[in-house]
Ligand binder design. Sequence first.
Ligand code: ADP
Length: 542
Amino acid sequence: MLGLMQSQPLLISSLIDFAERHHGSGEIVSRRVEGDLHRYTWSDAAKRSRQVAHALDGMNLLFSDRVATLAWNGYRHLELYFGVSGSGRVLHTINPRLHPDQIAWIANHAEDQVLCFDLTFLPLVQAVHARCPMIRQYVALCGPDKLPKDSGVPNLVSYEDWMGSQPTAYDWPSFDENSASSMCYTSGTTGNPKAALYSHRSTILHAYAAALPDVMCLSARDAVLPVVPMFHVNAWGIPYSAALTGCKLVFPGPAMDGKSIYELIETEKVTYAAGVPTVWQMLLGHMKPDNLRFSTLKRTVIGGSACPPAMITAFNDDYGVEVLHAWGMTEMSPLGTLCTLKNKHLGLSPEEKMKVRLKQGRAIYGVDMKVIGDDGNEQPWDGKSYGDLYVKGPWIVREYFKGEGGNPLVDGWFPTGDVATIDADGYMQITDRSKDVIKSGGEWISSIDVENIAVAHPAVAMAACIGMKHPKWDERPIVAVVKKPGAQVTREELLKFYEGKTAKWQIPDDVVFVEAIPLGATGKILKTRLRETLKDYRLPNT
Ligand code: ADP
């Protein structure tokens, strides 16, 4: 017997319709490439999304055709999120931090037909357009007055000219909720990038889940600043959850430095911000010298890489801002776990609470997790037994676009490539990427633990731990360190700093001071590149 409830497909267009009807006057503020602050409302965003849909119809783009973006977080990008997917096309957000060769490869692989770009990325477009014959329309995200002359880019039009005169009424089409809505390529640190192809259904389910109190806890009373880019994994789904909850959105545009982010938080009364640790490092670095305070910020979600304990302490103790540690990946839309305390933790000492907060957190309803040990068996949830982390759920990839890489699933589970433990309360903790794990004397050393201790030292700006070949122990950890500007610390002082904070055999064998640590397109440390730089390095006494 089937249930007798109405069956309506879960479509992204319904989010923007809802936003317009129920919180149409809610604000959306964007720092633009032009430098100024633009403000309008959800109602304006909805109208202009419909104009985008008309513009796409006018080009005779078919259902599921791809429309690409190379753009910062801003209102025009938001309109494309809803206008492209809502009208049945697939939004392909391209990460502009990738190499131009990779961008051209991705655009061709995705068969993009339209490319919308912020003017910052004109040089990139100039570098790749000749290699992207399928793109038939280039749209610069600006008004006609700012459209570059003699750019050499064919079929170039300004966004405002392209969509501005279209009708504001539009009947969103209804179709199967399993239809593709957007796509995002993984950074491809191994081999060519592969695309996660999200559906309307997976996006809406993720948007519901992300808004929950123990997840991102978004509400109509929040002013949310997604510093996480809309060009990578849909800014953790915040644009969709924001439309669903009616929070105010504040977009940073290209200005991601500490000063600009701080000013935006203060002037727009931001209560909630989301970003990767490196962004928050810059923000805290800007605030500390002048003893600046937050007047409205209450919570921040930090994910994408392990959040160092020093950052949780700084936000919490120095600024009264709660840190929510999050974990996920492109293949998971991206949210998998979020770290919020349970009732039983509230009475714990600050040190004990910190131990919980450092974990990547509990699975969100919709995500199933398991950890498989070296012997192929599922590990107990005891917080100690580690192994490869597998996940499954309705917003996790089944396969990649065009079947690249074959079937990624093992018995229906997606292998995350992360090594983790899960404790009895269901809190998952990542110890490493499986390829970064350091194997020393038959034991595994977590590079994340080694890095976290180093960055807790006041003179250290950034640290990356890698394993080096050792004749007796197989591998031993060393830590590459970037000092804070003007700060001093010696190798010996830093090694001493580890004492008492971790088991003796987990203390790195050496500290190597470097000018910079290579970061990938999504802000993660590129350990492969670091290993290449240190290829002539030899461990002391070997
Ligand atoms: P890419 O597609 O470039 O791999 P993702 O953004 O999908 O980028 O990265 C996913 C990976 O990032 C995870 O598998 C994990 O290794 C790492 N990661 C994400 N969040 C965290 C976190 N909170 N702690 C530790 N590692 C994290």
